[in-house]
Ligand binder design. Structure first.
Ligand code: ATP
Ligand code: MG
Length: 576
């Protein structure tokens, strides 16, 4: 490819709205242009990278025996009604109506479509297991599209769905996907950590997210250095350092706390640590009111709460609703479970220790409150608090370390939610109809691209892993006159004929400009033919990642191409 015939709109200046490196560099290197919030035009260089990532994903999926499909993006509302997600998906789903007033969604994911499609195709246990996938544009009306294509409203996803006669078969495919995901990301030059993830209120059992550690990550990961335990903090069970907290205020009595409502205000006022207090959180879901009590220094983990109660969402109770339960906002005391409200005590609390708790009246707290003495039929303690750095590993009790992570992929055991909703059954070996169990496996293609840039950039620009570089080699020529141009073209043709993926910057521009562009775009290998070559046969070969340039005197094309090929091999080997 010749640059003079290409579109190469590189930019010197950072775009004003870009806060992360990948977003800045994708625009500056001319990979994408912005259309509007969360929507991007891909330009030819960007398209080539996407195609390479898709191809790696496709090859690894195919090698596990998965089958590629292509389903309509437009999905009729009936399919979503059948699974109950037409409502549950809420505002994240883009919805449209056709000329007959029939309702559709632009697919944010395709569990329903694939379930509908495979149901009549599967008749017997002999047809199983099956893993079906597509690589397709998805639509999600994200509340806050941001970080360029990392969280956009239209993006490419590889989504796969597997169907099984039993859990053992599901686990086999799940493990195979786990291995394939590692390979895909390794081949893209991305170091990922699979972390245990929240399977949400949708009733799945096991799920793992593939995370890339990065300061711009939106997820918090808790990792154990001792035993390789890793999980999304949404999911991490809380294991606290066993501390015997000597209470400063052991004897039970009422204490006046005028205007002190928050844990911070109360503990400061009484001169105690927040650990000696009990925090009450009052919430409601569509169906019920919920009161959660936890140790004062901890935060409630809504993901754990929602999974435990199998609810999709909660919101805070209003003061009025708290009042209807006979409680006083800001001074809520521990109560026993009753018909009006679901009461949960977090396992950070100890039933035999004295705590400072709300006093049930304005401006009043109670000290020395011992749960097992005061609350009749104390329910079993639940795990609903957020684990933090320094809390203990649920496997080996070593302290956990926190990192920020970007989620690039997600694998999931779904169970029978969709197979039940769609009645997907086959006859088993004894001729009995059995409902199938299902897994699903997603990868964000554009997010992967951007995450690679987050990991592979320096002050000059991007350095692409060779496997997904827009072109493996760039030839930058600085020529004067037709004769020199023709000589450079000879090098270009030799590389092309050798099957090298080469981008020839033959533009009539100054050397500084062209070299900078090649470093900004990040071609892994650069060959420069300039003044020195025409004077004394000297060429240079540059390794973008190492930022190392080496000069050599041209002897013949065989030597030349073998130098290029050996660096190429070296760069591919780094990805293994
Ligand atoms: P997130 O928590 O980041 O919103 P998700 O859990 O909604 O992600 P999944 O539904 O599991 O994501 O989708 C599978 C993959 O699709 C994700 O791992 C991610 O790589 C990608 N993805 C999801 N939402 C977006 C988005 N808005 N823009 C780009 N990629 C996305
Ligand atoms: Mg999401």
């Amino acid at each position: 490819m010749k640059a003079s015939k290409y579109i190469l709109p590189t930019e010197k200046e950072n775009p004003a709205d870009a806060v992360v490196a990948s977003h800045r560099l994708m625009i500056r290197a001319g990979l994408v242009r912005k259309s509007s919030a969360g929507l991007y035009f891909y330009l030819p260089l960007g398209v080539r990278i996407l195609q390479k990532i898709k191809q790696i994903v496709r090859e690894e999926m195919n090698s596990t025996g998965a089958l590629e499909f292509d389903l309509p993006i437009l999905t009729p509302s009936e399919l979503w009604e059948q699974s109950g997600r037409w409502n549950a998906m809420g505002k994240e789903m883009f919805r449209i109506q056709d000329r007959h007033d029939l309702k559709y969604a632009l697919g944010p994911t395709h569990e329903e479509s694939f379930s509908y499609l495979v149901k009549p195709l599967l008749k017997s246990y002999k047809d199983l297991p099956i893993n079906v996938y597509q690589i397709q544009t998805k639509f999600r009306d994200e509340i806050r599209p941001r970080f360029g294509v990392i969280r956009s409203r239209e993006f490419i996803m590889k989504d796969a769905y597997s169907f099984h006669i039993d859990d053992a078969s599901l686990d086999e495919t799940y493990q195979a996907m786990r291995v394939a995901y590692r390979k895909m990301f390794d081949r893209c030059g991305l170091k990922t950590i699979p972390v245990l993830a929240d399977s949400g209120s949708m009733g799945g059992s096991t799920s793992e997210e593939f995370m890339v550690v990065s300061p711009i990550g939106e997820e918090t990961l808790l990792l154990c250095a001792q035993c390789d335990y890793s999980s999304n903090s949404e999911k991490t069970p809380l294991v606290l350092e066993k501390e015997n907290i000597p209470s400063a205020l052991p004897g039970k009595k009422e204490v006046s706390t005028p205007g002190k409502k928050t844990i911070e205000e109360v503990s400061q006022f009484l001169g105690i640590s927040a650990k000696e207090t009990i925090k009450a959180v009052a919430l409601k879901s569509e169906k019920k009111k919920i009161l959660v009590y936890l140790r004062g220094d901890l935060e409630l983990n809504l993901h754990k709460l929602h999974s435990l109660l199998r609810i999709a969402d909660t919101e805070p109770m209003s003061d009025l609703e708290i009042g209807e339960l006979g409680l006083v906002p800001g001074f809520i005391q521990p109560i026993a479970p009753n018909e009006k409200v679901k009461v949960l005590y977090d396992r950070s609390l100890q039933k035999n220790l004295p705590y400072v708790v709300g006093g049930g009246k304005d401006d009043l707290h109670i000290q020395g409150f011992i749960l097992e003495k005061e609350i009749s039929n104390l329910p079993e303690f639940a795990d609903v608090a957020l684990a933090r750095e320094g809390d203990l590993c649920p496997n080996c009790n070593s302290p956990l370390k926190a990192e920020k992570g970007i989620e690039v992929g997600h694998i999931f055991k779904l169970g029978d939610k969709y197979t039940k909703a769609f009645g997907i059954q086959v006859l088993d070996q004894s001729g009995k109809a059995r409902t199938l169990t299902m897994g699903c496996y997603g990868i964000g293609v554009n997010r992967t691209l951007a995450t690679v840039i987050e990991q592979c950039n320096d002050d000059k620009g991007i350095f692409w892993p060779i496997s997904i570089a827009p072109f493996e080699v760039t030839l930058v020529s600085i020529t004067k006159g037709e004769e020199q141009y023709a000589k450079a073209e000879e090098f270009y043709n030799v590389l092309k004929n050798e099957g090298v993926e080469v981008f020839w910057d033959d533009r009539d521009l100054g050397p500084g400009f062209k070299l900078k562009d090649s470093e900004l775009i990040g071609f892994p290998i650069r060959i420069t033919i300039g003044k020195k070559f025409f004077e004394n046969g000297e060429l240079s070969i540059y390794n973008r990642k190492k930022d190392q340039e080496e000069s050599f005197v041209f002897t013949d094309f065989e030597d030349f191409t073998s130098r290029v090929e050996s660096l190429r091999q070296e760069l591919f080997a780094e990805l293994e």
